[in-house]
Design a protein around this ligand. Structure first.
Ligand SMILES: [Zn+2]
Ligand SMILES: [Zn+2]
Length: 348
């Protein structure tokens, strides 16, 4: 496979300005891999502009799959042409947090970006520990696009525990919410209730397994009790990055309930909470960020076996030239999963 000298990338300036620019193809070191990117999805965090803009201009993209085209001479276990999923951050497996089984709290995991430059480019260099533990070979029946769901579904697996029969309330029906709905169904949830601001997303929530859907503002305790035999939810998943959703979650759980903060309000935003009111509720709150390699492996297996179907969430497949449109669609909430295919010829 001949690798060119220069490549196209999608350079992020802000959500309305993502430009096709040229960069040299990264040169690999002895312990690196070079991947020809076949598919890279736009993640909900890629369009969190206040969070991303601090580092702009930059090449984003961390939910990627592709073919290995170059292998550093000290790297073992891969072949040219392997179809793979790669993750940009992995735990060190050595530190205090890792040894306690909290890989996503590991400092290396949290700071790591082992992609150069990022998935929205024709080629990406994978470096650091991601080469050792962050590459998964795609089974033959998992295509590149489905493979981009490994990390987002892995994040759900990482953060969500529920018991069969639980009533699950999902606040926010973007991709994270929809994956949570599918996963809750797979884990034997009793009832699933989903909210959103957008009717098209609510429709998607229903299609993918929610029993009840409602506009976020209409999902007060009365509504939940009405559809849930007088009780509030056993598990509440916050999958909308907003203060309102975060506050709503704390009004929506029943005794012994669990609130899982999958998305976060903006930095510095204070939520009003009454901790006294929760004193005798047995509330368990957890927060979740990212997916360890174990969770990614589990996610890939769920996709491979067809246990969790993901291809039905893809609404846009775009070339790199269309990346600006991709960010527009993703940030306006018009589409569900938007996938960029950097090595596809432009359809236009
Ligand atoms: Zn992501
Ligand atoms: Zn660690």
């Amino acid at each position: 496979m001949r690798v060119p000298e220069a490549m196209k990338v999608g350079m992020y300036y802000n959500n309305r300005d993502v430009r096709v620019e040229y960069m040299p193809v990264p040169k690999i070191d002895n312990r690196d891999l070079l991947i020809k990117v076949k598919a890279c999805a736009i993640c909900g965090t890629d369009i969190m502009e206040w969070y991303r803009i601090k580092k702009a201009p930059m090449v984003q993209g961390h939910e990627l799959t592709g073919d290995i085209v170059e292998i550093g001479k000290d790297v073992k276990g891969y072949n040219i042409g392997d179809r793979v999923f790669a993750t940009h951050h992995v735990p060190c497996d050595e530190c205090y947090d890792c040894k306690r089984g909290n890989g996503t709290l590991c400092e290396e995991f949290q700071k790591g970006n082992n992609f150069d430059p990022g998935g929205f480019s024709e080629y990406v260099r994978v470096t650091g520990r991601s080469v050792e533990t962050g590459i998964l070979k795609l089974p033959d029946n998992v295509d590149y696009e489905e493979g981009t769901f490994v990390e987002p579904l892995g994040s759900v697996i990482e953060g969500v525990t529920l018991q069969a029969g639980d009533t699950v309330l999902v606040l926010g029906s973007g991709i994270a919410g929809l994956l949570n709905i599918k996963f809750a169904r797979e884990r034997g949830a009793g009832k699933v209730i989903a909210t959103d601001l957008s009717d098209s997303r609510l429709e998607a929530a229903r299609r993918f397994g929610a029993d009840y859907i409602t506009r976020a503002k209409d999902c007060g305790p009365e509504f939940i009790r009405e559809v849930n035999d007088g009780r509030l939810a056993d598990v509440v998943i916050v999958s909308a990055a907003s203060k309102a959703a975060t506050e709503q979650a704390l009004q929506s759980f029943d005794k012994g309930g669990r609130v899982i903060h999958f998305a976060t309000p903006r930095e510095g935003e204070k939520t009003g909470r009454d901790d006294y009111a929760n004193w005798r509720t047995g509330l368990i709150e957890t927060r979740t960020y990212g997916a360890t390699p174990e969770s990614c492996r589990e996610a890939l297996e769920l996709i491979r076996s067809g246990t969790v179907r993901v291809d039905d969430m893809i609404t846009h497949r775009l070339s790199l030239e269309e990346i600006g449109e991709g960010f527009r669609v993703a940030s306006s909430g018009e589409g569900l999963k938007v996938i960029i295919e950097p090595n596809r010829e432009n359809a236009n």
